[in-house]
Design a protein around this ligand. Structure first.
Ligand SMILES: [Zn+2]
Length: 54
């Protein structure tokens, strides 16, 4: 598997602490204990496009 593919798959599962920006798989930052967030955008919502077309 190409390295860039590996990195993409890896980053998909990563979460990021919103306070200290530590990357982790956990829902709570192992460094500061703050909740982590998924840095990737949510799936595209086709309903938004429908409004724009009208
Ligand atoms: Zn943190």
């Amino acid at each position: 598997m190409p390295l860039d593919k590996v990195n993409t798959e890896f980053s998909k599962r990563m979460r990021r602490c919103s306070v200290c920006w530590t990357y982790t798989f956990r829902e709570v930052c192992p460094r500061c204990g703050s909740p982590t967030t998924d840095p990737h955008p949510k799936p595209f919502n086709p309903a938004a496009l429908t409004r724009n077309v009208e």
